[in-house]
Ligand binder design. Structure first.
Ligand code: PA5
Length: 447
């Protein structure tokens, strides 16, 4: 049967299966804490059963509600940062044509992003581009007060209103935010924007199956029913009723914690399909923000291979031995490109004549795994049948579930992010934000 598979057999030369099994009791306890909802951060567990709770009717309603907007939009600007941005980008980038922005025939609005950085040139160039296209905005912020997206939204709203007029701009702006709190909620209500609610009990990095992910993805033509049904299927595979050895989230959580305790402090998420780059970015936030606290946590890093084998490959092969790898391996590609013969054979590639590019990619993957094992890098492999909405839904839910278990195994609250506030206080003090006068004086004394 086609399914996402977790293979930990290449960890065994570093830690035995007995050592991993020895952690099963602890893993199941952490899983119990997650499902009973009696652990730290238990007011943020709305994501756990979310896929099962979303009805087809709700998804049809979303599709219908955004149909008109989709029709008149060439570019959808998704305004958000962190958990309010990475889920939509991960799924969209994994599924759209690599060069969709340059294709003459657009099948659906092209998704672009703002508010995920504060680059002035980025904003200038985006505005320059938006002058030339029909665009709409989805503004996403749970708090409604995060500086980066608030700033971007102010600028884009102003631009859109000038470009298409106040009434039309109101029709082209969708807000995804809290049900009652925050500046974005207030603005959406006052302006009469279409708006969707981020549930109180779902934190940003676990929100891809809420309107945070579903609204922009639906507008840009992603099959959100398939995405959610994939997540639902994976939530069944990760259910506590499934025995430890058969439960991919439990086994992944146990394995990475066993590796961490044996001194492997860095996990590299490795892909061999460049379209998965933002899945890795999403995963970095999920695990980094959930586990990196109280002086603990596996450092989540990522590489896109084979590109990064020519930059990071040396370190991975021979640098400090604190790494383990988790490889995302896509079994079937969407398209075949076969290698032609060449009578002169100057590049000596005729031995590959008639083979597909993906055959070479797969051999690069296998060769790299074996080389890294020889170099002391344990390997976890996650195989994904193909890149489509269903398997992505499965993959993202699998990681969310494993992250909840793993965080509790580590002994931290996986659902808060107190450390994210530190830079904001300094930034506001440096910007001389009203209310931060004392901090401004203190920080100026340090400069
Ligand atoms: O995971 C998180 O909670 C964060 O990454 C937030 O999503 C991010 O800081 C954006 O916050 P907000 O949605 O309130 O603008």
């Amino acid at each position: 049967m086609e399914q996402i598979n977790l293979d930990i057999s290449r960890v065994e030369q570093f830690i035995s299966s007995e050592e991993i099994k020895a952690l099963s009791l602890e893993t199941l306890e952490a899983q119990g804490t997650l499902y009973k909802g009696d652990g730290q951060g238990n007011d943020y567990l709305g994501w756990l059963h979310l896929p099962k709770e979303i009805s087809d009717q709700q998804l049809d309603d979303i599709e219908q509600a955004v149909a008109g907007l989709k029709e008149k939009t060439d570019i959808l600007v998704v305004v958000g940062i962190g958990g309010s941005y990475l889920g939509a980008r991960a799924v969209n980038d994994a599924l759209v044509h690599n060069f969709s922005h340059l294709m003459k025939e657009q099948k659906a609005p092209h998704m672009l992003f703002a508010g995920q950085n504060i680059g002035e040139d980025y904003m200038h160039e985006l505005l320059e581009l938006l002058e030339e296209y029909s665009y709409s905005i989805v503004a996403i912020s749970k708090s409604g007060t995060t500086t980066e997206p608030a700033l971007a939204f102010r600028i884009l709203k102003n631009h859109l209103e000038k470009k298409v007029g106040l009434e039309e701009a109101r029709d082209r702006i969708v807000a995804v935010t809290d049900s009652s709190k925050g500046a974005l909620r207030q603005l959406a209500d006052e302006e009469g924007y279409r708006s969707y609610v981020i549930p109180d009990n779902v934190g940003g990095r676990f929100s891809v199956f809420t309107p945070v992910g579903l609204i922009p993805l639906a507008i840009c033509g992603v099959n959100i029913k398939e995405l959610v049904s994939g997540a639902k299927e994976m939530s069944q595979r990760c259910d506590p009723s499934v025995p430890f050895e058969e439960n991919p989230a439990a086994v992944y959580a146990a394995t990475r914690n066993a590796l961490y305790r044996s001194g492997k402090k860095i996990e590299l998420l490795v892909n061999y399909q460049n379209k998965l780059h933002y899945v890795s970015e999403w995963w970095k936030q999920l695990f980094g923000e959930s586990e990196g606290k109280e002086g603990l946590g596996i450092f989540p890093a990522a590489v896109d291979n084979s590109t990064d084998l020519h930059s990071m490959g040396q370190y991975i092969q021979e640098g400090e031995r604190t790494l383990f790898e988790t490889v995302l391996s896509v079994e079937k590609t969407d398209h075949l490109v076969s290698i032609p013969g060449d009578p002169a054979n100057l590049d000596q590639l005729n031995y590959l004549e008639g083979k597909n590019i993906d055959h070479v990619n797969k051999m690069a993957e296998l060769g790299t795994i074996l080389a890294h094992l020889d170099g002391g890098v344990p390997n976890i492999r996650i195989s994904i049948p193909a890149l489509n909405a269903r398997w992505l839904g499965q993959l993202l839910y699998f990681f969310e579930n494993a992250c909840g278990i793993s965080g509790y195994m580590l002994g931290v609250n996986p659902f808060n992010q107190p450390g994210v506030e530190a830079y904001k206080k300094n930034m506001f003090a440096l910007l001389e934000k009203p209310g931060f006068e004392a901090e401004t004086a203190q920080i100026k004394a340090r400069l």
